[in-house]
Every structure is written in C-alpha cells, then in structure tokens.
Ligand binder design. Structure first.
Ligand code: SF4
Ligand code: SF4
Length: 293
C-alpha cells in the first residue's frame, strides 16, 4: 500500500515546497501532489512533468435567478445571511459572496432560483513513465472551496498512481480547512518550521491539528541559524511534546539560485542541500522503520 508523506508549514515562504521537491527526488517517489491549490508552484521544480490531462473542477453550486420569473419581492435578499443577493432594477447574485447554502432556492415563492454548478478551478494530472504521477490544481480567485479541491487533488493522485510505493504531498500553508483535508489519510507529516515567534506558534497549531487527526508528525527548521534562540525553543517544544525533531537547514543564499535554475536541493552540495539530505535520511527511518537514530 502506498505511503503518503505530507510536507506542511504555517505560512508560505518557509521553504516547504523546496523541501517537498527535494524529498520527491531523494525518495524517487512515483506519486506527487501539490495541494497548495491557491498558489501551486511545485510544478516549477518539476519542469516538463509529462503528459497533461486537465479537467474543470466544480465547487459548491451557486444561486442563479431567472429574471423573467422573479417578481423582485426581495425575500431571498432578506433571508440570505451572506448578503449575496441584491434587489434593484434586477435581482442579482454576487457569486463570490454566495456560499451555495440553497436557502433562497427553497424559499422563493416564484421558483425563480436554481442552484447551478460553477467552475471553481481546474485539476491537472501529469503522467510520465520515468517521473510517475503529479497531481495539482488551481483554484479560481474568489472561490472558497479549497478544502474540497485539496481532497480532489489527492484522490486524483491516488487513482492514477497505482503501484507507487510512496507519495510526497506539498501541503497548503496555514492551518485551515485545506490543511485538514491534506492531512487526512497520510502516514507522516513533516513540518517545516521557521525560527520566529509566529513560526513556533504555527508549528504548535499544526501539531495540534495533526494530533487531532491521529497523524504522526515530525519537525525540521529552515533558515535555523537566522534565530538560534527560537530554533532552540522549537527543539525544546518538540522534546516536550515527544515529537521527533529531524534537524535544521541553514540559511543559504545558494537555495534561491538552485530554485531559480529550476533545479532541486536534492543533489546540491551547498550547506542547505547537505542538510536536506540528512533530514531525508531521518524521514526515511521514521517512515519505514518507525524510529530515528
Ligand atoms: S425570492 Fe424569488 S421572486 Fe423574490 S426576489 Fe428573490 S428570486 Fe425574485
Ligand atoms: S444559496 Fe445561500 S448564500 Fe447563496 S445566495 Fe442563496 S441564500 Fe445566499
């Protein structure tokens, strides 16, 4: 059965995607997913990822009003608690504000409202004999259903990656609904923390969320030498919480140059590349043996 390793961080810019890209190469994972559906960028590391299939993603249905039937009584506008319907010269739905609850459809005395599916983004699947399967998606601006889309990205990857032993998943930033969707069903969460007050707090919240979902977590710190005191605090908190601490990646200007050339840290001899390979060894021990030396 395919194991799933999810890489998470509290916010964007912590190096999560760089670590996810390196892990994919080092593990030679034949399944990979980018679940950061608001701003996917793992494909930049993959370059030409093989044959592409695209399909529309339909999020929650939205209210649609038939103006020919509507008598502009205003009831739907009064009842909508998301303030998504305006009655003026016509009755209009703000599709960005509509949450698809269906109340207006149920109460309209004229049956003038219908819930219609709306394209909220697109799902992309890349298949390549040598690289394996890469699943990703892009949510359209103003569509708030990223948790559902994250679930679809994972389902698409699992469906296409028959026989793959390991999947690497680049998770969404933050701790909201998309993160919960990305954690569901994974074997291990690797948190890439940054040594800052907010980085420490984000790490704690991800650990709490993962624990609530019974997912096993471990932590590494990126740019650790930028604030050794806070890196120490993260190590201490991991010890107190009995969460494996897998090491630290130093701040290294070479990382930007490697990433900008479309390369991966997996094979780089720069200090950050060396550190990522050490962390990879410990992740592998945890993932396959359940212990770390
Ligand atoms: S409740 Fe129906 S008839 Fe009344 S304003 Fe809304 S859409 Fe029009
Ligand atoms: S479906 Fe719900 S949220 Fe959307 S317009 Fe109707 S009442 Fe408002």
């Amino acid at each position: 059965m395919m194991k799933q390793l999810l890489i998470l961080s509290g916010k964007g810019g912590t190096g999560k995607t760089t670590v996810a890209g390196a892990m994919t190469h080092l593990f030679r994972a034949m399944a990979c997913a980018d679940c950061d559906v608001d701003a996917p960028n793992l494909h930049l590391i993959f370059g030409n990822a093989g044959k592409e299939q695209r399909k529309d993603y339909y999020g929650l249905p939205k209210a649609h009003i038939d103006e020919a039937i509507c008598t502009m009584c205003g009831l739907c506008s009064e009842m909508c608690r998301f303030d998504a319907i305006k009655v003026g010269y016509t009755t209009r739905v703000d599709s960005h504000a509509c949450e698809g609850c269906g109340l207006c459809e149920a109460i309209c005395p004229q049956d003038a409202i219908e819930m219609r599916p709306v394209v909220a983004g697109d799902l992309r699947l890349y298949t390549d004999l040598e690289k394996g399967v890469f699943s990703t998606a892009q949510l359209r601006i103003g569509n708030g259903t990223s948790g559902l889309l994250v679930t679809e990205v994972k389902k698409q990857m699992i469906g296409a990656a028959e026989g793959a032993e390991l999947a690497i998943i680049d998770g969404p930033p933050g701790i909201g609904c998309p993160v919960i969707a990305s954690i569901s069903g994974v074997d291990m969460v690797l948190i890439v923390a940054e040594p800052s007050i907010s980085g420490l707090s984000d790490m704690e919240r991800i650990l709490d969320t993962a624990r609530g979902l019974k997912a096993f977590s471990a932590v590494c710190v990126n740019k650790a030498d930028l604030n050794p005191r806070l890196t120490d605090n993260i190590v201490t908190r991991c010890r107190e919480r009995e969460v494996p601490y897998l090491g630290e990646i130093p701040y290294d200007p070479e990382v930007v140059r490697v990433v900008n050339r479309g390369l991966t840290l997996a094979y780089s001899e720069c200090p950050a590349g060396v550190a990522v390979r050490e962390i990879f060894e410990r992740v592998a021990e945890l993932l396959y043996e359940g212990v770390v030396e």
